[in-house]
Design a protein around this ligand. Sequence first.
Ligand SMILES: NC(=O)CC[C@H](N)C(=O)O
Length: 609
Amino acid sequence: MRSIVEAYLSDVHAALRDERGGAVADYIPELAAVPDDDFAIALCTTDGALYAVGDADVPFTIQSISKPFTYALALADHGVAAVDAKVGVEPSGDAFNEISLEPDTGRPRNPMINAGAITTASLVAGGDDEERFARVRALYSACAGRTLELDEAVFGSELESGHRNRAIGYMLRTVGILEDDPEPIVARYFRQCALRLDVRDLARMAATLAAAGISPTTGERVLPEAVVERTLGVMTTCGMYDAAGDWVTAVGLPAKSGVGGGILAVLPGQLGIAIFSPRLDAHGNSVRGVAACQRLAREMELHMLHVGRPSRSAIRAAFDVVDRPSRLRRNAAERDVLQRVASRGRVYELHGDLLFSGAESVVRAVTEVADELDALVLDVRRVDQVADVARRTLVGLRAALAEEGIAVALVDPERRLPAEDDLAPPGWDGDGIPDWDGRFTAREPALEWCEDRLLERHGTAACLVERLAVEDHPLVARLPEECRGDLVGALARRTLPDGEVLARRGDDAVGIGLLLRGRIRLAVTGADGVQRPLWALGPGAVLGEVSLLDGSTQLTDLVARGEVELALLTREAFDGLEGPTREALLRALVADAYVAVRRTSGALAERLG
Ligand SMILES: NC(=O)CC[C@H](N)C(=O)O
């Protein structure tokens, strides 16, 4: 099938095919001989999808596009302070080969001009010259996804003609920026510039930077994230030399050009672009390359400052817990309270990458209703990456809500947000990591938790009954006085540990269970073996009545949630009841079933309107 993405690239390629402006670099004799009309465009995504059009197989030398990668290696080797002591990060406004140093510090202004690049070449760690160059070549190759070879002819040509760079090297030695003989350092800089690649390799190198240092080919980390961030910053302001201002305005992508005719551009987090066309403008940037990047940025909306729409809220859904209640069958008193205090328990479902703006939208939404809140659930199951600032912001929200007496629980199976029992995330400078009032791996128990908090705050004595004496169970209480003793005497007491299965769907009926303590989950286990919760029952509920009444097998799995105490009336015990007791029990059970059906249908009618 025709590639849609390559069509974008082909359109730009066709539009610029006849652009004849510029001329190949001639100050390096070997480059002067390069065919000047080759033209290729490539794009690579951070997960490695690569698209290329035009003369994509034609090799060329990387030249100054090498500079950000050697700068990154020096940063990784020595850290920011040590590199900053030797080279600045300010745009020079000069040409790339300007023999210029900062008057006050004696440093080259930035690592993208030759003076800065020779300096960073000197900073690459290694035992000897060969090892240092081997490390440089290894890094470039890891970013390109294959081993890059040296173009000996171009290397030899620049070694022979590179007098201006030697002058820069000796000037750097004079002011102490270079601390050793400049000759081998300048020669190693020439070697890095003469490494040969094609536009696909260059697009992968760009995508490695776009992926914050992860190779799109192998998925391995080849550079530290913070190093890449700094390198991209310097590329944005200095990468296109004294055309950097026009570039950031018109293209808006961190980029680097080279006199071999290449341009590399990066859209952080998304993709890398590479262009090859040897004819250069007065700044030493590829004429077609600059024009192609301008078109791509415009037509594919790639400008890093392009804001098509304000960042979407991180809130996928927000609702009162009463609008999507838990599956726990509450008793009448509990239901009345929950209806009355409906909006004091809320659930916020978040999604996507959580950056500052997303976390801020959550804080703002919660703050607006905090005065009417008692309990809050943050469901982060659909959240992907969480930026540190977003993590700190949500933990800060939790602390602020706790000060207001508002309980906060998480639904966070992937543990995206820190908790007291976690190690503080790297770079954490927040306050102590609090423990959340609840942490769940699924939403259902979090909804129950939220309802329980409201019932604790606003409930009556008939709410959240921890444990019922069997005589107080509603089913017993509903029998005529003279029948109760007969029923109670026929009940067998059972205690189930958390997770114990009282019965499975399809088993013979276990009889009637009067729930006295804990909660029972009614579930069905599908052919795939996954247990799907249906309802949950708490103290005061009756279970198993339908199977007992119509002799069917168990309709659902019955699973203890926490330790459970119940009083069981088996089929045999039921048959052994005295006549009036059995009659009264049947009437109560049918009435119970009738109330349940009426309540459910009433709720549906109300919700469906
Ligand atoms: N801008 C460039 O690509 C210059 C690189 C070339 N090797 C030089 O030092 O002059």
